[in-house]
Design a protein around this ligand. Sequence first.
Ligand SMILES: [Cu+2]
Length: 129
Amino acid sequence: MRQWSLAGLPIVLGAAAVACGSDGAASHGGGQGALGDPNATVVPVVAQRWSYSPAQITLKVGVPVVFEITSVDVHHGFNLPEFNVRADAIPGQKTRLPFTPDKAGTFTFRCDFFCGDGHEDMQGELDVE
Ligand SMILES: [Cu+2]
């Protein structure tokens, strides 16, 4: 089994901090920046080898939510490439990911942090209507 080096981690975390900083800028009219809309619905997402619970999520265009992502076993990722958002799913932690879908359709979220033999097939479906 392939082991990922921790050497890459500070780079990833650093990039996330930069993204959060710009998102929280005052120019972001009325929003709560990286903390997300306080009225946004929290959508819990639990990652485990090698699936997500729920495996299917339905959201509405323009309605903000906050994904609250965690893992029950090892470090996973949560990546929505069509929306250019991602977060880490870490055991014992909840990662909050504010998200407002801006287009309708059926999309795939997938693990982007190598987690073992089933990693390539670890995915779920996001429906935006
Ligand atoms: Cu994985």
